[in-house]
Design a protein around this ligand. Structure first.
Ligand code: PGA
Length: 246
């Protein structure tokens, strides 16, 4: 299973380093079964990357620009992410789309630039509560998935389905029922099959925690989870990782 830990802006520098050193000594890192990737804040990224080097944990960035110009205050380019040791980049997270106004076109450019720089794009897609209410979930997901059509044909990438309304803090935190996840992931799998022959992992995210993780990871077409708040404490993250295998 892919287990991706999105720390967002939950932790400061010291808290991040403490959590990472705890994780490195825990069953989360002593784990041959899963691909565990930490996405710390950029301010702590290099410390975390150094600490995780040579361990079972990998690192990624929570955002990357399209690298079109270096005159972009506050942004980072895919080449910088690569140079800093990022293996993965979250792209198009709903908080980036809805709070920072990132459009489908910007996100497609970020995915292509990341893949070209050698950073694996993790394209996040998901419908809003309004789109859900209007029955537009699949139409919206299919639009968002269009971002991968511009990728180089041999590019590796990952999809994370996160209903916007199911995310804690920025959404309602309401649980997305496993039957819905199964149906949506099968739909995503069908669309991907029209784009590529490669196997593309599909992750689910949105209020995933130890108590509900197996209801998702036991579904067909769910290759892992993208975890926000439950990844920001040793106890909750370790419990989640352990739950997947018990
Ligand atoms: P959550 O966040 O687990 O806190 O709901 C998931 C995400 O936004 O990636």
């Amino acid at each position: 299973m892919y287990i991706f830990a999105n720390f967002k802006a939950y932790l400061d520098f010291a808290e991040t380093n403490i959590l990472v050193s705890q994780l490195l000594q825990s069953t989360v890192a002593d784990n041959d079964d899963d691909t565990v990737v930490l996405f710390p804040s950029l301010l702590a990224f290099s410390e975390v990357e150094k600490a995780c080097r040579g361990t079972a944990l990998s690192v990624g960035v929570q955002h990357v620009g399209d690298g079109a110009s270096p005159a972009r205050t506050g942004d980072i380019s895919p080449a910088q992410a690569m140079d800093a040791g990022a293996t993965y980049a979250l792209i198009g997270h709903s908080e980036r789309r809805h709070m920072f106004g990132e459009s489908d076109a910007m996100i497609a450019a970020q995915c292509t630039a990341a893949a070209q720089a050698g950073v694996i794009p993790v394209l996040c897609i998901g419908e809003t509560a309004d789109e859900l209410a209007q029955g537009k979930t699949k139409a919206r997901l299919s639009e968002q998935l269009g971002a991968v059509t511009a990728l180089p044909s041999d590019a590796q990438y990952i999809i994370a389905y996160e209903p916007v309304w199911a995310i804690q803090g920025s959404g309602s935190g309401k649980v997305c029922e496993p039957e819905v996840v199964a149906d949506v992931h099968a739909y995503i799998r069908d669309i991907l099959a029209t784009y590529t022959d490669m196997y593309v992992p599909i992750l689910f995210g949105g209020s995933v925690k130890a108590e509900n993780v197996v209801s998702y990871t036991s579904l067909p077409n769910v290759d892992g989870v993208l975890v926000g708040s439950a990844s920001t404490k040793l106890e909750t993250f370790e419990a989640l990782v352990t739950a997947i295998h018990t």
